[in-house]
Structures are given as C-alpha cells and as structure tokens.
Design a protein around this ligand. Sequence first.
Ligand code: ADP
Ligand code: NA
Length: 330
Amino acid sequence: KDRPRVLSGIQPTSGSFHLGNYLGAVRQWVDLQRENDAFYMVVDLHAITVSQDPEALRQNTRISAAQLLGAGLDPEHCTLFVQSHVPEHAQLAWVMNCLTGFGEASRMTQFKDKSTRHGAESTTVGLFTYPVLMVADVLLYQADAVPVGEDQRQHLELTRDLADRFNTRYSPTFTVPEPYILKETAKIQDLQDPTAKMSKSAASPKGLINLLDEPKVSAKKFKSAVTDTDTVVSYDEENKAGVSNLLRIHSALSGQSIEQLVEHFEGKMYGALKTELAELFTEWVTPFQVRTKTYLDDPAELDRVLGLGAEKAREVASQTLATVYDRIGF
Ligand code: ADP
Ligand code: NA
C-alpha cells in the first residue's frame, strides 16, 4: 500500500440516490479519490436483505454506478465495482459471522429500525447479519478510512471490534479502519420531518430529495420544507431543526460558512433561504443528471468500467481472503 486505502459502498435499492447519500457520503468519495487508493462499490448483496424485484435490482445497480460517475468518480483515480462481482465479500462475511456475538449483532440500531419498519414476518436473517457483511466489505480491502454518514458509525465500531478480535485471536491480519464522517453533512434531515434523517423510506415523499427527479419537483420540495413559526434565519439545531438543516445543505452546496449565510439572510425571511437553496440545488443537479445519463446511454462503457473495477477489487480481496483462510486453518 503506497497510499491510504479508502473504501465505501452504497445500496442500489431505489435507483435514485437522495441528497443525504450525496452530501453525507458520495461527495466525500469524490474528494478522497485522488489522494487515496480508493475502492467504491454498489452493494447489491445488501439490497437483497429486503424483498426486491430482479429486473429492478439489475437496472438500479447500473443506475447507481452511473450516478457515482455522474457525481464525479473517475475510474482513472478510483476502483468502482459491484459487490456481487467479487465473491470474496460473501466468503469473508461468513468468517466474520462466526466471530460475532449474537447479542453484539442484536444491538445494531439500524437493524432494529429496519426490522421494525419491515415487520417481523418479512425480516430476514440476512437483514440481521448485514452489519457483519459490511464488516467484511471494509476489512477485505484493508481500508484505513471509511467515508460514511453518521448512521453508519455503529457499524464502523463493530468493524473495528471484529478486526481487533481477529487480529488478537489469530495474528495481525486486518487494518483497523477509522470512520471518515464530516460533521456538517453527516446527517441531512428530512425536509418534512427535520427531526428524522432523510431516507428513502421517508414517511412523506415531499421530505425526500431524489437526485434523479425533475429539478422542478425538488425545487418545490425545498420551497415547502417544514421550518418553524419564527422568521429569523439562524442556526439552532435544537429549536430550529428545519432551518438549520436547510442552512447546512446550503452551506454544503454553496461553500459558504453557516456564519456567512446567517449574515447574508439577515432581515430576510425563510422564503429567501428556500428559494436560494432551490436554485443552488438545481444548478448542481442539472449537470449531474446530464453526466449520469451519458453513462446510462453507453452500456458498453459502463460494463467496461465495472468489469475493470471488479478485476482490480478481486486482486486485493482475494489476497486478504487467502490470508484469512490460512490463519483460521482452512
Ligand atoms: P440509505 O441510508 O438511504 O438506505 P445507504 O444505506 O446505501 O442508503 O447509504 C449510503 C450512504 O449514505 C451511507 O454512507 C450513509 O451513511 C449515507 N447516508 C444515508 N442517509 C443519509 C443522510 N440522511 N445524511 C447523511 N448521510 C446519509
Ligand atoms: Na485514488
């Protein structure tokens, strides 16, 4: 390893990424790709932890890869691949499952949230162990840093614990990774319920900004974002969660600090903030959609990129797995 290794993944579940995915994760992926040896993947194995339609999954996996390229990932500077193209993920996940305590896995809050949402009947064992698959995803590449949103912090802790456990039980094998979580954008909130994170399982579609929606549709959502009965634009996560969320999104898209924005909106009301935000987003998302579409319109090029990515990923993953198998007595 000549440079730090970075690894992260995103689910292809719903086709379009949302603004939380982009600001919380994908934007950092783009920023980190040049200085690091970066591995980024579309995690289709994770997508089957809940019921899915085969044709939709196939299509959404391609749409996801195209969006990552549209967002600025450059195959010359990073390794972009699809998780299921690298069988070592499932193989290492089994090993890590056998190292994970049942109680330890039961404490994962993302599982609790998701299983509650899907109901006991449709909660699979795969959903229960998906954090362990994520552990394998990271450890296979000996990643030093994992750029993710705040909701993944607990899984990163599990990853560190299991890496330590394996290293202690056998011998030093895995790099113990650090989370790379940017405070400002780690938790983009729902526009209609600013106490909840923006998520594809949003209660109201109006709270969710999909990157592939018509920009006009998203502009409307920004303009009808829930704020509060006050009128002064100021930053207060506790009492002004909605306005604070809009300010953080504005800041991330415009590059201006929160302080600069508060000053800029002095004497103006919430409507001004929302209108500006809608414009900023449209300015960013329009070329993003054009770039994404060029990749979707050229399936051969997308296949070439993903094929090369899988090859490069397997080189690293197969080495790690061979060492692991040897250490545990296979
Ligand atoms: P989702 O959480 O929408 O199901 P994924 O689990 O595939 O999507 O997450 C992809 C990345 O996006 C992860 O790094 C996750 O932490 C990040 N992310 C998801 N939602 C948000 C959000 N509301 N704010 C910031 N980051 C987020
Ligand atoms: Na790189």
